[in-house]
Design a protein around this ligand. Structure first.
Ligand code: PLP
Length: 480
């Protein structure tokens, strides 16, 4: 052996367990380099908080991304990765207001990196080890916050998929209640959600065998909340026409307005008609931590399931979503299946593969647990309260600005407003082109608006002022 060959690793009985990898295969080499690239990225985010935009068919000259048969040197690929970091839209800078996630929670990001290095799979305790206990700790911590004291939950890859599973649970619940004699075709199943629902509700219906048009979009009030009266009328009408209502999918924190549906009224209707009540709290679920804002979820304990994406308001890296269910066992009834090659332990109480869609499942709990463990529930609440305060501050500034028009006084963290001179879509794309800020547009009550979600607690009043003054300036420039 060459003299610099590392000593083999031996166990207590002097048995050679393995040899250290040769330096060129050493993972530490790659991880160190990636550490350097991310360090540079954090600095760049300060200097250039908005990356230059490229169209889908445009390839920047500085990089080629073609794959070939021979491969490339490590130096070349590392250089490519550094370029990718530089060119990627910067969702974590204080100039990013485009989506319902933003910013970077330090500890959650660090835990996410560790998650990748650990590369666990959460299907069995044998493989996930303590990470399964941690996932359970998070679920058990969330359940009482929504009043599901006998409940359970599982992590799914995003709010859309959590909503999908709620539809499956609701469908199976309805079928079980029906009995075999009165089986109704899925073509007759109807689900109820609001006009402001997330688009996943509609596509999920078709995935579960229910026609898209059987998702009834119930009108909302001026604040974007589902109207219980209109819902009641539609359910009765459908029943008379031979349909089989099975699900109310409420939204707590709608995608554009950030509205919270009136859960108590919806729970009354769900109870009256024997329907499953799901709460899509992907965006707004974080209020469960807050004494100040928790009232927005009043009535939630009467729901059957709730989806929450911690990668939105809580700033945990994508993706981190849970589906909580009121009745323990409900998930397994729909998602468990036999697999003797996988589920082999005597104690399978933490073999969570029986309540997930995936087989191999990444560990999304560790990053949320790390943030929660570090800050405590009080810190989680403080974050949510800060986001609400920031939204109020933005709304106040818009209301006081004669060049802008508030579309709706916000009840939560999204602020929607109109520009006076040009189309919000044009303003948003000009802002991105000029690399000043990234912000998106949408429609409220049929009219185009700019939507500013407040999901990054690190933004300051100065950032809000910069955002609004940039919008006003570009609005005027577009009109010229
Ligand atoms: C109300 C609502 N539900 C569900 C989703 C989907 O969540 P995810 O992006 O985690 O799939 C979103 C996303 O914006 C949302 O706003």
């Amino acid at each position: 052996l060459p003299s610099d060959e590392p000593e083999p690793i031996k166990n207590a009985s002097n048995r050679v367990l393995h040899r250290r990898s040769a330096p060129e295969n050493d993972q530490r080499f790659w991880l160190r380099r990636i550490h350097e690239i991310t360090r540079d990225l954090l600095e760049l985010e300060e200097d250039e908080p908005v990356a230059r935009g490229y169209g889908p068919q445009e390839m920047p000259q500085e990089i080629d991304i073609n794959l070939n048969s021979k491969g490339h040197s490590s130096a070349r690929v590392l250089n490519d990765l550094a370029m990718v970091a530089r060119m990627t839209p910067k969702t974590s800078s204080r100039r990013f207001f485009n989506q319902l996630f933003a910013g970077r929670d330090g500890i959650a990001t660090a835990a996410e990196i560790l998650t990748t290095v650990l590369n666990s799979s959460m299907y069995t305790h044998k493989i996930a080890g303590i990470n399964a206990n941690i996932e359970d700790e998070v679920i058990q911590g969330l359940l009482p916050l929504v009043g599901f004291n006998q409940g359970d939950g599982s992590f799914f890859p995003g709010g859309s998929i959590s909503n999908l599973v709620s539809l499956v649970l609701a469908r199976e619940n309805a079928r079980t209640k029906m009995g075999s004699a009165e089986r109704v075709s899925l073509d007759k199943f109807t689900a109820y959600t609001s006009e402001c629902c997330h688009y996943s509700v509609v596509k999920n219906a078709s995935i579960t065998g229910i026609p898209r048009e059987n998702v009834r979009k119930i009108p909302v009030d001026s604040k974007g909340r589902m109207s219980p009266e209109a819902l009641s009328r539609k359910i009765s009408e459908d029943k008379k026409s031979g349909f089989h209502p099975f699900l109310i999918s409420a939204t707590s924190g709608t995608t554009v307005i950030g509205a919270f549906d009136p859960l108590t009224d919806l729970a009354d209707l769900a109870q009256e008609h024997g329907l499953w009540l799901h709460v899509d709290a992907a965006l707004g679920g974080g209020v469960m931590f807050s004494k100040k804002q928790g009232h927005l979820l009043n009535g939630v304990k009467r729901a059957d399931s709730l989806a929450w994406s911690a990668h939105k308001m809580m700033g945990v890296p994508l993706s981190c979503s849970v589906l909580l269910v009121k009745r323990r066992g409900a998930l397994e009834e729909c998602l468990a299946a036999e697999a003797d090659y996988l589920f082999q332990a005597e104690d399978q109480s933490m073999d969570f593969g029986q309540k997930s869609i995936q087989c191999g499942r990444r560990n999304d709990a560790l990053k949320l647990w790390s943030a929660w463990r570090h800050r405590g529930s009080n810190g989680m609440a403080a974050r949510v309260d800060r986001l609400f305060e920031l939204a109020q501050l933005t709304a106040k500034k818009i209301a006081a600005n004669p060049e802008l028009e508030l579309a709706i006084a916000p009840d939560s963290i999204n602020v929607c407003f109109r520009t006076l001179h040009s189309d919000p879509a044009e303003v948003c794309s000009r802002l991105a082109e000029e690399q000043s800020v990234m912000v998106g547009h949408a429609k409220v009550h049929g009219k185009s608006v700019i939507r500013v979600p407040h999901v990054n607690p690190d933004i300051t009043e100065e950032d809000i002022d910069f955002l609004l003054s940039s919008i006003v300036e570009i609005d005027a420039a577009c009109a010229r």
